[in-house]
Each structure stands twice: as structure tokens, then as C-alpha cells.
Design a protein around this ligand. Structure first.
Ligand SMILES: [Zn+2]
Length: 305
């Protein structure tokens, strides 16, 4: 589902950019999709199981693409071997930036549960198999392609588009998002971010809906205290606190949480403009008539320790 959501973004952007292409460098949607699949395949083949992560390999790979395409970027490596990479396409500044965010690491693999090599990016029919294909290298590949296509199109943006591939999302560490926010916030300051989550779908070339995740479940630690009489371990007691605790845990496992709901906004028809206030500025950003960029930035890859 996350992959679908990211692909929707790419399709929207690539299609619009193609319609307004000012150079022949921009790829038509079918070739852009093939390029995205190729990038995704490359990303899956880079083993970034976390721990230990080794996300610098992914950052280096993305840097090579951006360098080839003359997109300026910065490597952020607060922990050796665990780099994030940030890049920016400059707009006119009429609106605040959007951040395209995805993570480089993947959860560990138990190969005994896999029928294919999880790092071979095997294509079976139209399905690509590999660790991270949907979480989160699919969205990451779509974000990379979005940057490439926007840059190639010379699309004049009403706001900056910021790209961030971040390390250490799956396990918390000093290489992760908190450190990036604390140390590099000016590089990613934005009005809002597009990240994994939500769901969208393409049906017959049309997008019937875009689902938006506004929050995620978070762990909530609870301390349970059971009491009972003390006694010798060889003599069972009826109010043994351990069995009380076991019963409490079992009730949690078998219980049904009470339903809660929030009232969603009325769905927009595919032909009407987005109704959600956070989506509307995104739509306007990619439909602004061509204007001169605020500045043309030469390629200047740099490394920030
Ligand atoms: Zn994820």
C-alpha cells in the first residue's frame, strides 16, 4: 500500500511534467516507470538491514544519480556508515517547501522464511520481490524519480521540493530522524512532508482516491502490579500474583479494543480539486504556470560530517 501511495505521487508528477516538458530530457511516463523500477531494483540489492544499517551505501548510490543529473545534494553522516542524503529543487519561494521523505534501512531478514533471495530483487510476473520493496525502498525510488523528472522538465515550482533519504528509521539511533531534525533542520524545514503511510490506487490510469495517514500507532508502556501472599515455592497459593499477571496479559491478547473513529472529510470526486487543505497547496504547486526559477544552482555535491 505504501508503494502504491508513492507511485501515485510519481505518476501525478511525471504526467504533469511530461505535459509541460520544456526539454527533451524528461522521460515519458512509461520510461519513467521503467527507470523507477530499475532504481528500486538497485536499492533492494543494497543490504541495509538495521541493525547495523550501513545506509551510507544507499546514500552513495543516490548521490551518484543526483551528481549525474546535476542535482545538488548533501550527505549527512552523524554516525560513520549511517548516512542520510538531502537534496533540493528550488522553486520561486511563493510557498513553503514540501519534503519528500523515505528511509533507507530495512528490517532484518530471516532467510529461512524466504522463498527467494531477499536481496536479489527478483521479478516474478509483475511483482518485484525483495526486502524493502514496499517498506520503504519503493517510495524511496518513487521520490528519486520524482526529483529527476521535475529537474529534467525545468518545471517552475512555486515552492522548493526537498528530498530526504534518512537512515535509522527501523531502529532508533543517533543516525536517525531526531538527529537530523536537531542538527540539520534548516535543510529540511518545510510546510509538510510526504512519507510512507496512507494508501492510494491507480485504476485504468486514473486515481480514484488518495488515502492519507494522519498518525500511526505508538508503543505505550504499561506497568502491571499484582499482589498476593508470599510463601514457599513448593506450596501453591490461590492468590499467586504471577498467575494474576498471566491472566491479565491473556485478557489483553484476547480482548477487542473499543472502536474509535474520527469523521473523515468528504471524498473528492476524481475530477474535482482536492478538498483537503494540506493537499490543495500540493496541487497548486505542480500546476503553477511556468516562471523563472529563483536561481539556478550548479551541481555542488558536498559532504557534511
Ligand atoms: Zn517504513
Amino acid at each position: 500500500m505504501k508503494l502504491q501511495a508513492a507511485t501515485i505521487l510519481l505518476c501525478c508528477t511525471a504526467g504533469l511534467a511530461a505535459a509541460r516538458a520544456q526539454t527533451s530530457a524528461i522521460l515519458p511516463p512509461d520510461k519513467a516507470a521503467a527507470e523507477t523500477a530499475s532504481i528500486l531494483s538497485d536499492l533492494i540489492k543494497i543490504d541495509t538491514q538495521d541493525p547495523p544499517g550501513n545506509e551510507s551505501k544507499v546514500a552513495t548510490y543516490i548521490a551518484s544519480i543526483f551528481q549525474r543529473e546535476s542535482i545538488p545534494y548533501d550527505i549527512l553522516e552523524p554516525v560513520p556508515g549511517r548516512a542520510s542524503i538531502v537534496a533540493r529543487l528550488q522553486g520561486t519561494g511563493a510557498q513553503k517547501p514540501i519534503l519528500l521523505l523515505a528511509h533507507e534501512d530495512v528490517v532484518p531478514v530471516d532467510r529461512s522464511h524466504w522463498t527467494v533471495d531477499p536481496f536479489a530483487a527478483e521479478l516474478h510476473g509483475e511483482v518485484l520481490y525483495g526486502r524493502g520493496a514496499s517498506d520503504d525502498k519503493g517510495p524511496l525510488a518513487a521520490h528519486i524519480e520524482t526529483m529527476l523528472q521535475l529537474h529534467r522538465s525545468h518545471q517552475h515550482l512555486s515552492r522548493d521540493i526537498i528530498f530526504l533519504a534518512e537512515a535509522s528509521e527501523e531502529t532508533s539511533s543517533p543516525a536517525g530522524m531526531q538527529t537530523i531534525v536537531d542538527r540539520y533542520w534548516p535543510k529540511i524545514a518545510c510546510e509538510f512532508a510526504l512519507n510512507e503511510g496512507g494508501a492510494a490506487e491507480v485504476t485504468n490510469g486514473k486515481i480514484p482516491y488518495i488515502g492519507i495517514a494522519t498518525g500511526e500507532k505508538l508503543p505505550r508502556a504499561v506497568r502491571l502490579t499484582a499482589t498476593g501472599h508470599s510463601g514457599h515455592a513448593s506450596v501453591p497459593v490461590l492468590d499467586n500474583p504471577i498467575t494474576h499477571l498471566a491472566q491479565a496479559v491473556a485478557r489483553l491478547a484476547h480482548g477487542t479494543p473499543p472502536p474509535t473513529s474520527t469523521t473523515p472529510p468528504a471524498p473528492s470526486s476524481p475530477a474535482s480539486p482536492p478538498s483537503h487543505p494540506q493537499i490543495r497547496p500540493l496541487s497548486s504547486a505542480i500546476s503553477t504556470p511556468p516562471r523563472r526559477r529563483r536561481s539556478s544552482t550548479p551541481p555542488c555535491p558536498s559532504s557534511t560530517p
